[in-house]
Write a protein that binds this ligand. Structure first.
Ligand code: 13P
Length: 248
């Protein structure tokens, strides 16, 4: 039985002092023995959020990292910096990073391998544009993203990864995928993973849905057989998040 994950992605929102305030308000309500709760926050918010969450069951995630260990990479953050600061998850290959910062499948793969080596759990994002969906190439496109992201990652490491299916047309639009659409793609991703690693590994990997998740739609989405929780953007900074965490 896969344990569900409810992860928030704050994106480029909340200053360190705003972050601290929000966590203080959330704090008692985001502890859970049933699901893994993860807050993925801007790099500069990591330290105050880790402090504010001390003693909580909630885990901290980063929104990005670089694959080199150290050196002359001005502005970048290494996997080790993240683990040392108390981070255990990292979002990789979010569509906003692909779209605005030119991240490629190859780069996402390099980052994923480094994250795993450092002991971080990567949340590897994939998802199609509206044009690709209308053209009917969604599943083929996502299969390629998955294949590249997992390149050279051995089974025992693949098992620990998390995949987030986030259709680009559903992100920040209020236009959520139907449960049928989301389940269909998540099932296809699991099939892709089965082709790469076999059934035991693909059954162990957690696949999340992201894109306009809110209090009203979370439970139905997360109860689909191949959806193991969600990656929540906008709603993760509202009191709604505390309800989404306890969706069932
Ligand atoms: P929204 O929940 O705001 O649509 O964002 C989804 C997302 O991109 C999470 O990574």
């Amino acid at each position: 039985m896969r344990r569900k994950i409810v992860a928030g992605n704050w994106k480029m929102n909340l200053t360190p002092s705003e972050a601290k305030k929000l966590i203080e308000a959330f704090r008692p309500q985001i502890d859970s023995d049933e699901v893994d709760v993860v807050l993925c926050v801007p790099a500069i918010d990591i330290v105050p959020v880790v402090q504010a969450l001390e003693g909580s069951t909630a885990k901290i995630g980063a929104e990005n990292m670089y694959y080199e260990e150290r050196g002359a990479y001005t502005g970048e953050i290494s996997a080790e910096m993240l683990t040392d600061a108390g981070v255990s998850y990292v979002i990789l290959g979010h569509s906003e990073r692909r779209q605005y910062f030119g991240e490629t499948d190859q780069l996402v793969n390099k980052k994923a391998r480094k994250a795993i080596e450092a002991g971080l759990t990567p949340i590897i994002c994939c998802g199609e544009t509206i044009e690709q969906r209308e053209e009917g190439i969604t599943l083929r496109f996502i299969q390629e993203q998955i294949k590249s992201a997992f390149s050279q990652i051995p089974s025992e490491d693949a098992k620990k990864c998390v995949v987030a299916y986030e259709p680009i047309w559903a992100i920040g639009t209020g236009h959520v995928a139907t449960t049928k659409q989301a389940q269909e793609v998540c099932a296809a991703i699991r099939k892709n993973l089965e082709e790469l690693y076999g059934a035991e590994v693909s059954e162990a990997i957690r696949i999340l849905y992201g894109g306009s998740v809110n209090v009203a739609n979370a439970a139905e989405l997360f109860e689909q057989p191949d959806i193991d929780g969600g990656l929540v953007g906008g709603a993760s900074m509202k009191p709604d998040f505390t309800q989404i965490v306890h969706f069932h």
